[in-house]
Design a protein around this ligand. Structure first.
Ligand code: MG
Length: 341
């Protein structure tokens, strides 16, 4: 049995003693001395300061997470919130400097679950030299929210930033691993399915892996294939650059279990989210070095070249199928799995 002390009450979001106690006991200890400047998290001031490096451009990104279920095979909403923001910075070529963490929590949410989420968020930041510098907590009543929503904003520094728009004809298209793991794992874990599978989300911070290839140069465009999966990422990159992205279906890495569930449910693994992968479009001169370096990283062991950039159909993605036919890979209307992140 849990007592009322073990659950979130409206007062936990009311800015008084109870909120201060929640932060002091369940949040701040995970981010001891976390700071990116003179005034850090523990100051509990109205804002935090960030010491800027002497060169480069600031990159800022924000993301809200409403994933269902909150705890899933391979991760939880805390890991997803940290990785999602770090990865958006990473694929801009930005070293993360500082993050914020804001919770909107439904009344009666278990405080033990807040602990798990915060610990998981903190563990995901470890190894990235990034500081949590500010946050916020609000509580909504029963039925006004489904458990918890988490918002994270991140600031990083890039020198220079890498966009997702600058693919050039002749460039090589690389993915850093198997596609569709997060989306299919979430789908399998949903209450309405309760499928017994070995599927695990790929959610992870890819910054350390991306950091290892940035010095090689030659990365023309980069993107994390989250909502809408690889199909959405490639279509956006093709449209923005006005090139044709030509991919070979047989070269796209997909786990057997992901393909199996995908066949069963009629959902393409190329249209569902990944949360620990990147798509890179690179200069052919550096493609081999980038491939080798990515494969040396534990998160990149299944890195593969999946195609190249052409000019035949500007703004479109063309797939060569396993039987040798060619067809367009269209932009999905949206991710077929709702509340995926
Ligand atoms: Mg992104």
């Amino acid at each position: 049995m849990t007592s009322s002390d073990d659950r979130i009450s409206p007062l936990h979001g009311a800015g008084g003693e109870l909120m201060a106690k929640l932060l002091a006991e369940h949040v701040l200890p995970h981010f001891d001395k976390s700071s990116a400047g003179r005034i850090g998290l523990s100051a509990l001031d109205d804002g935090a300061t960030i010491q800027l490096p002497s060169s480069g451009e600031l990159v800022m990104t924000t993301d809200s997470h409403v994933v269902k279920p909150i705890f899933f095979p391979g991760g939880d909403i805390g890991k997803l919130a940290a990785a999602g923001t770090l990865n958006d910075l990473a694929v801009m070529g930005a070293k993360p400097l500082a993050l914020s963490l804001a919770f909107i929590i439904e009344e009666d949410f278990l405080i033990a679950d807040i602990d798990r989420i915060v610990r998981s968020f903190a563990d995901t930041l470890a190894g990235s030299e990034v500081a949590l510098v500010c946050g916020d907590t609000k509580v909504m009543g029963h039925g006004e929210l489904d458990g918890i929503a988490v918002n994270t904003t991140g600031i990083g520094i890039a020198d220079p930033a890498i966009s997702d728009a600058d693919a050039l004809p002749g460039d090589i298209i690389i993915v850093t691993g198997t596609m569709g793991d997060h989306g299919m794992a979430l789908l399998a874990a949903r209450e309405e399915f309760r499928l017994e599978t070995e599927l695990m989300s790929d959610v992870a911070s890819i910054w350390p892996m991306i950091q290892s290839v940035l010095p090689l140069g030659g990365i023309r465009a980069m993107k994390d294939p989250t909502r809408g999966g690889l199909a959405t990422a490639l279509n956006e990159m093709a449209r923005k650059s006005g090139t044709t992205l030509e991919v070979i279906q047989a070269d796209i890495p997909i786990r057997g279990a992901v393909q199996g569930l995908s066949d069963l449910l009629g959902i393409s693994p190329l249209e569902v989210a990944n949360e620990g992968k990147a798509v890179l479009i690179v200069d052919p001169e550096t493609a081999d070095d980038i491939l080798t370096t990515l494969r040396q990283h534990p998160l990149g062991e299944h890195t593969a070249i999946i195609g190249r950039v052409g000019t035949e159909y500007p703004g479109r993605v063309v797939v060569t199928t396993v039987v040798g036919g060619r067809r367009f890979m269209d932009m999905p209307l949206g991710d077929p799995v709702p509340r995926i992140c």
